[in-house]
Ligand binder design. Structure first.
Ligand SMILES: *Cc1c(COP(=O)(O)O)cnc(C)c1O
Length: 471
């Protein structure tokens, strides 16, 4: 395929096929060509959304909705003349040769915002979602719920999956199902997203925030041992930024002290330790399917477990505490933490492409590495022995004051990035739960997540890496 072919689509194609070409091409438009391969229109994702609202269908011909008054330029036109054709609503101008065949394009990517993450939804997501919608099973019963629970738990090598409304609900449900409550302590890493600690607090228990390993950013088993008291009931390892925790040591400690283990796998779908998937070590593994996670259902989460007893308990608690065998009979106060069939439909389609998705993320991290490894102020996330890390968001450390300069530089060029999570112990709200946070503070002060959407193009990558070099 030549460079330009991936942006071309036949005028006979469907809107759906055009959406796929637009997503893959990642320049926001596709160029329509006739049977002689001559340019005959341009279509953007915005044109398609407006066409659908106006009553067209995904299988309508793209030629029916294409922009016929499109703008293009000729090969020997003056560059400044071509650039002048770009404005707010014309983001890309195709350039054609004497036969009106597309040979290149000019885009105003200098000014376009680069998001830190954006989901890829152009597999079977639209078909399954429409199917769930048209079936009228739009709440929390339906074939996609069952299928998503079955297939995702299998992906994690667990027997049972309990889908939830979000990842925080999954963590809370897991803790309550294990009987964690007032008077109990749960050991949580100090370096994590606040939802991990919040779930413990919602359960009425006390999070104990312990330091992480300097090299891998995951909870430090030695600190766990130090923090154990007679009140400790559970450990919540967090596989942060795709890095698997040292589950061999953690499970050893849990066994020795008879503690439960709830894994927070929200950022690590598919990561492994000792050849085993995260989520399959503890009593319960909890996942999030928020839009920026490895796979998404919009909002959503899941608890996976091999225990039949915990599976049943979580199903009861998820649905108002209602008995599974006796309708409207409640033995305890539960929640409504259900996922909808429509969300699960999206999840099923996402799961079909999870391996490809993980490959692309890793590939992108390697593309960043190739350019940035020359600069010794940028340190990429390390791989631990016995672990198989996944790339969630490309995560790097840039020491000291340079981090703030870099964040500003990226922001000034409309490049989205994220500073790492704060050490929770540094936040007044959580200070009283702090046990230790030396490494956590250093990592937090130096880390940045770089844009990691799956279809970042070469020009965007150049823009980002140039901004980093100049910072
Ligand atoms: C995203 C995330 C969660 C919470 O998931 P939600 O679906 O947003 O509730 C929990 N823990 C970690 C580490 C996360 O990154």
């Amino acid at each position: 395929m030549t460079k330009i072919d991936k942006y071309l689509i036949s005028r006979e194609a469907s809107i759906y096929e055009a959406m796929r070409v637009i997503e893959k091409g990642a320049i926001g438009v596709a160029f329509l060509v006739n049977s002689g391969n001559k340019l005959c229109g341009v279509i953007s994702d915005g044109d398609i959304r407006r066409a659908l609202l106006a009553g067209h269908h995904m299988n309508s011909r793209v030629s029916k909705v294409m922009n016929k008054k499109y703008v293009y330029a000729r090969q020997n036109d003056d560059y400044s003349k071509i650039v002048n054709k770009l404005h707010d609503y014309i983001k890309v101008v195709p350039i054609v040769d004497r036969n009106k065949q597309v040979v290149d394009f000019v885009g105003c990517d200098k000014n376009a915002r680069i998001p830190v993450a954006s989901p890829s939804l152009m597999g079977n997501e639209y078909s399954y979602l429409t199917d769930a919608f048209l079936s009228t099973w739009i709440s929390s019963t339906g074939v996609y719920i069952n299928r998503f629970e079955r297939e995702f738990s299998k992906f994690c090598s667990r027997k049972n999956g309990v889908a939830t409304s979000n990842g925080t609900a999954a963590l809370h449900l897991a803790l309550v199902a294990l009987g964690v409550g007032p008077g109990d302590e749960v050991i949580v890493p100090d370096f994590t997203f606040a939802a991990s600690a919040n779930a413990v607090l919602h359960a009425g228990a006390k999070p104990i925030l312990v330091d992480v390993e300097r090299d891998y950013w995951t909870i430090d088993p030695l600190e766990i041992e130090k923090a154990i008291t007679p009140k400790t009931k559970a450990i919540m390892p967090v596989h942060i930024y795709g890095q698997p925790c040292n589950m061999a040591e953690i499970m050893k400690i849990a066994k020795k002290h008879k503690l439960f283990v709830v894994e927070d796998c929200a950022e690590a779908h598919g990561a492994e330790f000792n050849g085993r998937k995260v989520g399959s070590f503890g009593d319960i593994g909890c996942f999030s399917f928020f839009a920026n996670k490895v796979i998404t259902t919009g909002e959503g989460g899941m608890c996976v477990t091999n225990s039949e007893k915990l599976n049943r308990r979580m199903r009861v608690l998820r649905d108002h505490g209602m008995s599974l065998s006796k309708k409207y009979w409640h033995d305890e106060v539960g929640f409504n933490y259900r996922m909808t069939n429509m969300q699960a439909a999206v999840g099923c389609a996402q799961l079909e492409r999870i391996d490809e998705n993980l490959r692309r993320r890793r590939n992108l991290e390697n593309r960043y590495k190739k350019v940035l490894s020359k600069f010794d102020f940028v340190k990429f996330q390390k791989d631990r022995s016995r672990g198989k890390r996944i790339t969630w968001l490309v995560s790097v450390l840039v020491g000291g004051k340079r981090r703030e300069k870099l964040l500003d530089k990226l922001a000034s060029q409309k490049i989205d990035s994220r500073p790492f999570f704060y050490s929770l112990g540094k936040i007044p709200l959580y200070k009283k739960y702090l046990f230790s946070n030396k490494n956590s503070m250093d990592i937090s002060a130096a880390g940045i997540n770089l844009p990691t959407q799956n279809n970042l193009n070469e020009k965007e990558l150049d823009r980002i890496t140039n901004a980093i070099k100049e910072s």
